[in-house]
Design a protein around this ligand. Sequence first.
Ligand SMILES: Cc1cc2nc3c(=O)[nH]c(=O)nc-3n(C[C@H](O)[C@H](O)[C@H](O)COP(=O)(O)O)c2cc1C
Length: 366
Amino acid sequence: MDLSIVVNGMTFPNPFVLGSGPPGTNARVIAKSYDTGWGGAVAKTVSLESAKVVNVVPRYGKLRSKTSGEVIGFENIELISDRPIDIWLEEFRQIKKDYPKHILIASIMEEYEKSRWQELTRMVQDTGVDAFELNFSCPHGMTERRMGSEMGEHPDLCEEVTSWVTEVSNIPVWAKMTPNITNIKEPSLAAVRGGAVGISAINTILSVIGVDLDTLRPMPTVEGHTVPGGYSSQAVRPIALRMVSQLALGLPQDVSISGIGGIENSHDALEFMLLGSSTVQLCTGVMLHGVKMIDELNEGLEKFMVDKGFNTVQEIVGKSLGYFSTHMDLVQKMKAAKRAKAGEASRDNEWAQKDITEKTAELTSN
Ligand SMILES: Cc1cc2nc3c(=O)[nH]c(=O)nc-3n(C[C@H](O)[C@H](O)[C@H](O)COP(=O)(O)O)c2cc1C
């Protein structure tokens, strides 16, 4: 079955893309993921001066289910790539030479300086990558140099920096947005005004994963201390779905959305697609379960399309958006439905007759 989708003129063999982070650390891991069946990859974010990027150990922390032990939340205080740009340029070239049909997106980030952004854009574009993703969203570490989410939190900076890039680029530009903001639509629309043709959302949510009750130290602990980091994995998915739906309902129709946040299987991916994502990206899921996840993603998508009668992946995109409404409208719809039901017991009686847990179950949709 054909699982391809055309987004901003690029043909993705399937909508599943490795998100920027450890799954796109270098050419070797990206090549391996393409061999395994991934449609595309966003490489780990690069900048001009890798020497300024110094990572710490440990830099990850997990939140586990109290019953099963499964990882449901994940914090990282990892920075962008600490590999030299020259090595990256060589690797981008090699990947595109070896895998011309797979989509390679370069994630870039720089300080607030036009010449730096434009120099990086030109250099990376020359390698033949298919598109850019502007990292306006890394919420820790880089912000101290006014990079990452420092930009994504300010719509005026998003617009300006995107326009610097689009001024010198001739390939599609996506902007990757931070969820650490009240209304994700505002900076996203600003990036679109600057020339972005796609929005990737979300990056990680600022978090503190926990405190060690023996040592009293918050985690992840580096020489006894920590900083708040970025939260990802399953626990962020509902927040990401909400933001993606807001973007899909609020951005111009021709702006594509790449949905990200807590995706671990085809079911999760389909939710993002039904709410407006043309492609979906996975990062923590791949770190925890490996690149072979792509088999289930492709199989699950194919099965869903057959079961529901979708002929193309494109037909799925945004299919559930029409079911969002206002609270007032929900009340009216509910009243109308109630009126249609005769002989209903009063609300007070219902609460009195039932156990609170039964009543909670009755008011829950899944
Ligand atoms: C360890 C780690 C490193 C990451 N590094 C980057 C990065 O360099 N650039 C970037 O844009 N996003 C980065 N991210 C964010 C992810 O690409 C993604 O937006 C976020 O984790 C939510 O998706 P997920 O739940 O599938 O991981 C990183 C995430 C993790 C967990």
